[in-house]
Ligand binder design. Structure first.
Ligand code: DX5
Ligand code: ZN
Length: 223
């Protein structure tokens, strides 16, 4: 199955004091989704956007939100979250929880359900969840902060994951890649079977460059 390759821009990398303007500019440059990293200072040391922020994002843009939960109790957050049809909500497989209630809750709202895999976690850990997943997110850096260092050898995990999913009969599950995704890396990962590319400091918010230059370059890389 082939997918339209999508750009999901990480808003924690945006100019947070001018985020509204950034969002308009991102939309104007054809970005597909906004990647919102929700961190609870437990699952990862960092603390980022809360529920009111998610609502404010929905009120200011019709772009779908690609919500990446790095939180110990995702279902509680999800049940209090302003979710819209077309959003994606991703939790971490490392939580080891029964995710079916979350899947059912999200499906009811037309929201896709994904699982993220930290760099050190084998993708086979996802096996029991495959029947309920819409997407798999491969973390290319240690989760928790923007501007993280790419983990050595991690890019090979994209092709391995694509093979793992397809050989288990799940070519319907999209692969998202998250963390230090530069244009060059995105180009390689697109070839290896990724179709959602999280653009942050490496790919979109590049030092000294305008969004009107970096977004088209990123699009070119994944096309
Ligand atoms: C890190 C987050 C990523 C991060 C991407 O834990 O999940 O989405 O914001 O930012 P860069 O591209 O700078 O690694
Ligand atoms: Zn993320």
């Amino acid at each position: 199955m082939t997918y339209k390759n999508k750009i999901s821009v990480s808003v924690m990398c945006s100019d947070l004091m001018n985020l509204g303007a950034d969002i308009i500019e991102l939309k104007r440059n054809g970005v597909d989704m906004l990647h919102v990293d929700v961190m609870d200072a437990h699952f990862v040391p960092n603390l980022t956007f809360g529920l009111d922020f998610i609502k404010a994002m929905h009120d200011v843009t019709d772009m779908p939100l690609d919500i990446h939960l790095m939180a110990d109790d995702p279902f509680s957050l999800i049940q209090h979250m302003d979710l819209r049809k077309g959003d994606i909500v991703t939790i971490h497989v490392e939580l080891g929880i029964n995710a079916k209630p979350i899947k059912d809750y999200l499906a009811e709202k037309g929201v896709a359900f994904g699982m993220a895999v930290s760099p050190e976690t084998p993708v086979e850990t996802l096996k029991q969840y495959l029947p309920i997943l819409d997407t798999v997110t491969l973390m290319l850096v240690r989760p928790g902060f923007a501007g993280g260092k790419l983990i050595d050898g991690i890019l090979d995990k994209v092709g391995e994951t694509r093979n793992f999913l397809d050989s288990n009969g799940y070519n319907n599950i999209e692969i998202s890649v998250d963390g230090s995704v530069s244009c060059e890396r995105a180009k390689k990962m697109a070839k290896d079977g990724a179709s959602i590319f999280v653009g942050g400091t490496a790919g979109i918010y590049r030092k000294g460059m305008k969004l009107s230059d970096t977004v088209p370059a990123f699009r070119q890389a994944i096309s």
